[in-house]
Design a protein around this ligand. Sequence first.
Ligand code: GLN
Length: 541
Amino acid sequence: MVMTKYVFITGGVMSGLGKGLVTCSVGKILQVRGFTVNVIKIDPYLNVDAGTMNPYIHGEVYVLDDGYEADMDLGAYERFLGLTLSRWNNITTGQVYQTVIERERRGEYLGKCVQIIPHITDEIKRRIRMVADRTNPDVLIVECGGTVGDIESLPFLEAFRQMRLEEEPNDTMLIHVTLVPMLRSVGELKTKPTQHSVMELRRIGLQPDAIVARCEHGIVDGEPRRKIALYSNVAEEAVFTSYDVECIYELPMILDGQGLGKYVCRRLGLEDRAPDWSGWKEIVDSFKNVKHDVRIAMCGKYAKLADCYVSVNEALRHAGAALGARVRIDWIETEEFEEDPSAVERLSGYDGVLVPGGFGVRGTEGKIRAIEYARTHGIPFLGICFGFQLAVVEYARNVVGLKGAHSTECDPDTPHPVIDLLPEQRGIDRLGGTMRLGLHPIDLQHGSLIESLYGSDRIYERHRHRYEVNPEYVEKLQKGGLKFTGWSPDRRRMEVLEIRGRSFFLATQFHPEFRSRPGNPSPVYYGFVRASLERALAGGA
Ligand code: GLN
């Protein structure tokens, strides 16, 4: 057992500053020095998890091995740090209150008045220390979502304050990430917002040990840096800059280049080891040294918001980097194809068509049209989850001749429910955490495309769905030429479909993007981008 040390990360001024990436960077900086790390994301909202939240507003719902539906920051942690996280790596206000209230109902507080301090803060500290005990890393990094000054985050920041008091002085540190805007008209970096947000932190008893200033371009140096140091009550060398980078995986090296690693080690009393960036640099270089362009049409709802499909985008880029290709993603709102059916022809200008996961009926007819176009025009196609289900619908309608075939999610009265509710989903009336979730085994057909991509006939991938291929239609569809090439081990559940022909046409019920890593891309995405690249090189698009 090592004695775990804690790095707390808070954010100031506004959200969206890349606090999550700073968290990942601190983790990477420690890993390349041979220290082990683990990460917690705190989400101060009242939802118990992110599963019930609209990705349009909140970004993608990221699924873990254990089926937990998490904030998308956990995806960034897994990708940067090569960790496999669990539900305990995410703490929400909803979870904390749920536990405390259940305990109160059981009478465990023995007649006491249950209060935010100490009962809520004790539960927060218990959850943080539990991760330290279970995973026993050298350093546990705890990122608090939101912005200092929010009412919601107060109990969490108070818990940080208490932990800093309870642990040895060099066993905790606090890094505050703030915005340093450039006022263009006067050409000046403004430090006042940072000063104010640090003041707010100190008002609640938290003194930062380091500031990471988020700037659009360049390093905060000279007078602004001195000012930030002075007003934040930290040394100048403890003020670092994070700026816009072309490849996010480069940020850890940029921050370490400014001395962040050395500073964190000194502050935490860790041995000052030399970092070994060689492996990570190779990965970063593979993203930067791309020679070819591949154009992918991403067809969906919310298509315009990159945050809704972060993992899909990242998986495409991981595959592209491994193939020496820059993946250019265009988001296409498929409702367009419903209003104007000929608009689907613009897909001919792409090297690949991807229909990602989704819910609900809006835009589905357009997605089905996109799938049909890709299939009949030999454009490489990848369907994920809902994209898999709609590929079945498209084939059932247009090839097998099952008129009006649909998923009962979209048309409960369809004459041919080729996609239907999972049997165990019947009777479930609660939305939270009730889908078929997380890692499940899948057996792959011998000699199939999918087996050749994975190089194995048994794989494990993450799921998040309520509907599946209706077993009553499997034979009919197979006879009609659709190949199901992956199933649950009991063969009840269809997990993969492919159409063998002149081009790549593959769809999966599972979400392979959640296990894709830089330097180790998902085989499904690799196969798709490779096929798209071949089309691009052949001048197909
Ligand atoms: N809406 C579909 C289902 O519930 C697909 C879900 C998804 O794409 N994640 O099965």
